[in-house]
Design a protein around this ligand. Structure first.
Ligand code: C2E
Ligand code: CA
Ligand code: CA
Length: 404
């Protein structure tokens, strides 16, 4: 028992509730239980901001709130892979609550319980200890440590130190690179190369992600022009975050940069993750249609990871479909995964889309994808994402590779 109480002291709990009095009461209840740190947020967007600053061991959230509601907030957490145990509190009717519960469980939220209001003190105590037990099970995970801080990321952005690395997309038929994907990298003074999973979430949801995307687009244009001069005229994919589309001028900004850099839009494939289409932030569908009209290619990224994949395919005229890495990995040792992979590739082919498999690491995976009729492959088996100079060297070695 004393062990549990000690653990409670190490917990960080986020309370998301729009009613001031209820928020205050719940916080006090948690502090009385011995929780070390209780942070409050008024709605989903404030809660996301708190997550950008630190991680939590437990989120207790109301569902119905003005601004971003509880469901929206929890789905963004899943999309950003920032999951942590969640307790929902709500005054909604039982059947509605059950529906929400099912939807959230399906989308991958770590839902501990759905509690009607007012909260039962014993249930709350039991749930707090459940969250403490989860932390105990994974003591190796540095729970509250973010590799980089928000201020540091914004400083780096202002200094323009983010760079694209390029990973080739290989034609399965010829074995040659026909396109590239640009992936953001940050060479930190003391910490070395920092991955986008550490800084993109911090920038998400405000001007930061727009600035990063535009900075990268500029540098990608420069890179492509140099590669053109070396005789490698390749299409390049750029990743667009869902939160970009909350901004009205995003289409003009993207096409403005490409035009100013003297590049044609059809040199670019814009990769949008499936979960983004699924939630349609702002006027995303209209923006995608306009980008397509301007001549950009559109690609649906991480296909198969969201839960309305088919809807996304119906709603947006994608030129390309990227099967998520998890399907590629699964297909070599699981018959059912292989059938899903093959059917997805067939479906995309019938829709006239180029198919791409990402995360190809072994010759067995390549053979399977070749047999399944996949058009392009991308992964460590061919090359990691490389800085421009190393990519150029890699591209120059290609003919020798094909002959071998
Ligand atoms: P993504 O778009 O799905 O990119 C593929 C990720 O898989 C990249 O991780 C890539 O380095 C990695 N990868 C490639 N081949 C293999 C392989 O064979 N095996 C394995 N295990 N991994 C492989 P990275 O560069 O860390 O990027 C992570 C995610 O960050 C990207 O996922 C993308 O969603 C996001 N991201 C990267 N750059 C940008 C950007 O400029 N803007 C936005 N909005 N998001 C970006
Ligand atoms: Ca991508
Ligand atoms: Ca992907």
């Amino acid at each position: 028992m004393s062990q549990m109480v000690a653990n409670r002291n190490a917990l960080r709990v986020l309370v998301v509730e729009d009613e001031m009095l209820q928020r205050w009461m719940l916080s006090e209840q948690l502090k009385d239980l011995g929780i070390g740190q209780v942070i409050e947020a008024e709605d989903g967007s404030e809660a996301l901001h708190r997550f950008q600053e630190q991680r939590f061991d437990l989120v207790i959230t109301d569902l119905n709130m003005p601004g971003m509601d509880g469901v929206g907030f929890l789905r963004v957490l899943v999309a950003l892979r920032w999951q942590c145990p969640v307790v929902i509190t709500s005054a909604l009717q039982d059947d509605l609550l059950r529906l929400v519960e099912e939807a959230l469980a399906e989308s991958g939220s770590q839902l501990l319980a759905v509690l009607p209001k007012p909260l039962d003190a014993d249930r709350l105590e039991a749930l707090v200890d459940q969250a403490a037990a989860v932390c105990n099970m994974h003591p190796e995970v540095p729970r509250h440590h973010l590799r980089v801080g928000r201020a540091e990321v914004y400083e780096a952005l202002a200094a323009g130190v983010f760079e694209p690395h390029f990973q080739p997309k290989i034609d399965v038929g010829t074995g040659r690179a026909v396109a590239l994907e640009a992936l953001a990298r940050w060479q930190h003074e003391s910490k070395g190369w920092i991955s986008p999973v550490d800084f993109i979430p911090i920038l998400e949801g405000d001007q930061g992600i727009i600035d990063l995307t535009m900075l990268l687009l500029n540098k990608v244009c420069d890179g492509l022009r140099r590669l053109d001069r070396e005789g490698f005229r390749l299409n390049c994919a750029v990743n667009l975050s869902r939160s970009l589309f909350g901004n009205a001028g995003v289409v003009e900004q993207i096409s403005g940069i490409i035009e100013a850099m003297g590049m044609a839009p059809d040199r670019f494939t814009l990769e949008i993750t499936e979960t983004a289409v699924d939630s349609d932030p702002g006027n995303m569908l209209a923006s995608l249609a306009r980008l397509k009209m301007k001549g950009f290619r559109l690609s649906i990224d991480d296909f198969g990871t969201g839960y309305s994949s088919m809807q996304a395919l119906v709603r947006v005229p994608f030129d390309e479909l990227k099967v998520d890495r998890s399907f590629v990995t699964g297909a070599t040792h699981n018959r059912r995964s292989r059938i899903v992979l093959e059917s997805t590739l067939q479906l995309a082919a019938r829709l006239g889309q180029t198919t791409v498999a990402e995360g190809v690491e072994t010759s067995a995976e390549l053979a399977l994808l070749n047999a399944a009729g996949c058009d392009l492959v991308q992964g460590y088996f061919f090359s990691r994402p490389l800085p421009e100079s190393q990519l150029l060297a890699w591209l120059r070695r290609q003919p020798a590779m094909a002959a071998a």
